[in-house]
Unconditional design. Structure first.
Lengths: 347, 372
């Protein structure tokens, strides 16, 4: 849905976007919490003597007053209200991620998160160290491209204004870091967005070349993007290795009847398979916990080549036992660590 | 029409060729590619003076040698440029950064060619190579076979380097048709070492001290040291015999034995072959020769120690620079005839399984041309 934003209005505690056609879109109802199922105890008394419910209303209402009418403040208000709307729906433990400079918005969001549930947490990836610590916020000072994001962790990710103009494409790993139905907020030129993503997005057109996109990450979207992620590619490689290794097991069993099946072509094929495994393992080696996996596959190849080149039939049985042993060592190494245990999202 | 003969060119990273070098792996492998696979094998390097290379005509029959006009890297690159159509297999020995540009140049002209990169590294060398650079990774990615010469280094390099590392041991080839009939029956109580005697790397003083320490308990054993003696070591020898004058008739400094048949006799006579080096490339070439002659191996804990002893089946490993451990080892082995006899038999068979240069070249050829 594309909304050409005219303004955000608040009438009697109800926040709406008003588009250029004058149509109102509900953003957040700060007046009526009666239908929500939050675990927040609305009638708590805060330190300042106000009831929580009253504090929330004030917070929402204060947005209008802190808004200076700039694009940035408009963006922050939309994001904040959307988050607030989510928070009152259900008593989840929410993890949010903010990418960009630490600002009053960070503090405000952290404060609200804490009030809804003490386990709610805000993570913040920023290139500049914050001047002070904020409770329930974890900071990581780094460039986004240098951060390995966790899989399916966040309920919402907000890319701050610091990334305006350099965020025309969305890193796949960022989308994958969201839970299903999580929201990714970012600012871009909406003309650059692929149509497939537009279908799952709310786009608030701020002005001609700038829109705030609220992308709802669906299971379907994550599934389609899985193989483009670094871990999706890694898993695909691992699955190929496992398939080859399983296939090898059958071939090694056939070697038992070496008199009938040990043709050079058959052995060449087996050696080639092990070599392919070696090449694939070499490519992803840095991602694997096992230190010796490369060597074990190499030793399996070595013994297979010796078997292939050895013309002394009387030694074949001995070779067969050694091949079996080396295969088992290599196979076991694959399963000793969790390197080759796959997530359910795997293709 | 007759198929074009393939060319195997071994280009030394710097310097040139000398006689002893010809019978190490960098000479044996090109020779066997020529003899067994009909390659036109060429050794390339720079020698400031015309070298004395009698082994070339005597043993490496059919292998050619070409001398560069100087020792510069650009000259080597120019050589590759000029001869790229003849170089179907480029063989590189040692792990040197010069190879980065040599390999780049070769691949530019011959994407279809093969490169065998025999690192022959030890742990010290491995730790001093900037392996995590684009240039080094690129070099590795362009080689068809990257090899280490002992299992320990193969494992270490596999972990550190972004390449498949194969094990290609430094093997032995029977150039002089040495006969090994009734070998074990003819052996004498001799501990042998062969190499550049007295060079700091070889730590021969440890061997002498260890032999002296246990000499009273292995009274019917002799120690023989074969190889050129480093002039600086002669002073040490004089001093040693002043302290142990009674060992003069039990320790023989044989000197350099260039005649390969005579050298083989030294190995054949010895029951024990000892190495006390603090480092070696991988598995030293002398190990293969000693194993072929059925010698029980006693070695310092160099990178190739486990390969040299078949993980203890035909030898023992002692800590580096440890006179006490080495003399204990001699005392134990020399007085345990069944341990020695079993180890000698195993050494004899192990050599033929794992250090036969012809088998090693067959495997290398298969790795280069057989594995798809």
């Amino acid at each position: 849905m594309v909304i050409f934003l005219s303004s955000i209005r608040q009438e009697n505690g109800i926040f709406v976007f008003v588009d250029y056609n004058g149509l109102k879109h509900l953003l957040f109802n700060a007046m009526d919490f009666s239908l929500n199922h939050s675990n927040i105890r609305f009638f708590n008394i805060e330190e300042d003597g106000k009831e929580t419910l009253s504090m929330l209303k004030d917070t929402a209402l204060s947005l209008r007053s802190i808004s200076d009418g700039s694009v940035i403040s408009m963006v922050r208000n939309i994001v904040f209200l959307s988050v607030l709307d989510e928070l009152i729906q259900k008593p989840h433990n929410y993890n949010f991620l903010q990418i960009g400079d630490v600002s009053s918005f960070t503090e405000q969001l952290a404060n609200i998160l804490k009030k809804f549930n003490v386990k709610n947490h805000l993570y913040c990836i920023t290139e500049n160290l914050p001047s002070k610590n904020i409770l329930n916020v974890s900071f990581l000072t780094a460039k986004l491209e240098n951060v390995i994001l966790p899989y399916s962790k966040f309920s919402a990710v907000f890319i701050d204004d610091a990334y305006i103009n350099n965020f025309s494409t969305i890193p796949t790993d960022l989308i994958m870091s969201l839970k299903n139905c999580g929201n990714l907020f970012f600012i871009t030129n909406s003309d650059l967005l692929p149509k497939s993503l537009l279908d799952d997005s709310k786009v608030f057109v701020l002005h001609k070349d700038l829109s705030l996109v609220s992308l709802s990450v669906t299971e379907k979207l994550k599934h389609s993007l899985y193989l483009q992620t670094s871990y999706g590619k890694l898993e695909q490689q691992k699955r190929k290795i496992i398939n080859i290794v399983d296939e090898l097991s059958k071939n090694i069993n056939e070697l038992k009847n070496y008199q009938s099946v040990n043709s050079d072509e058959f052995l060449d094929q087996m050696i080639s398979s092990v070599y392919q495994c070696e090449l694939m393992i070499n490519k992803i080696y840095i991602e694997l916990k096992s230190s010796y996996i490369k060597t074990y596959f190499n030793e399996l190849k070595e013994i297979l080549i010796d078997y292939r080149l050895n013309k002394n039939e009387s030694l074949k049985e001995n070779y067969y036992e050694r091949i079996k042993q080396h295969y088992q060592i290599a196979r076991n190494e694959l399963t000793t660590y969790d390197d080759f245990i796959f997530s359910k999202e795997a293709i | 029409m007759k198929e074009k003969q393939r060319g195997a060119y071994t280009i030394i990273s710097s310097g040139g060729w000398w006689n002893q070098r010809l019978l190490k792996d960098c000479g044996i492998i090109p020779y066997l590619f020529h003899k067994n696979y009909d390659f036109h094998s060429v050794l390339v390097g720079y020698n400031a003076k015309p070298p004395y290379l009698p082994y070339l005509d005597t043993y490496l029959k059919g292998v050619e040698i070409e001398f560069l006009k100087d020792d510069k890297l650009e000259t080597r690159i120019k050589y590759i440029e000029d001869n790229n159509q003849k170089i179907d297999l480029l063989i590189l020995y040692g792990a040197y950064y010069q190879y980065v540009s040599m390999v780049d140049c070769y691949r530019k002209y011959r994407p279809d060619g093969k490169i065998y990169f025999a690192t022959d590294l030890n742990s010290y060398g491995m730790d001093h190579i900037l392996h995590d650079t684009y240039e080094w990774k690129n070099l590795l990615s362009q080689c068809d076979v990257v090899a280490a010469s002992c299992r320990k280094m193969q494992r270490n390099l596999s972990m550190k380097w972004s390449a498949v590392i194969d094990l290609i041991r430094n093997g032995w080839y029977n150039f002089t048709n040495v006969k090994f009939d009734n070998l074990l029956e003819k052996k004498e109580n001799i501990i042998l070492t062969v190499g550049r005697i007295g060079s700091p790397q070889k730590r021969n003083e440890i061997l002498l001290e260890a032999f002296a320490a246990c000499s009273d308990e292995i009274t019917n054993w002799r120690l023989r040291l074969v190889g050129n003696i480093d002039p600086n070591f002669k002073k040490y020898i004089d001093k040693f015999f002043k302290i142990y004058p009674h060992l003069k008739d039990r320790i023989d400094f044989v000197g350099l034995v260039e005649d390969k048949l005579k050298l083989a006799e030294e190995y054949k006579k010895a029951k024990i072959f000892a190495i006390t080096s603090i480092y070696e490339g991988g598995t030293p070439n002398v190990i293969a020769e000693a194993l072929f002659a059925g010698c029980y191996i006693v070695t310092s804990d160099i990178d190739g120690a486990l390969d040299a002893t078949d993980e203890g089946r035909c030898g023992q490993v002692v800590p580096l620079d440890d006179v006490v451990a080495l003399s204990d080892s001699f005392r134990h082995i020399c007085n345990d005839s069944s341990l020695l006899a079993g180890g000698e038999v195993r050494a004899f068979h192990y050599a033929r399984e794992s250090f036969d240069a012809e088998k090693i070249v067959d495997r290398l050829y298969y790795l280069l041309y057989g594995v798809k």
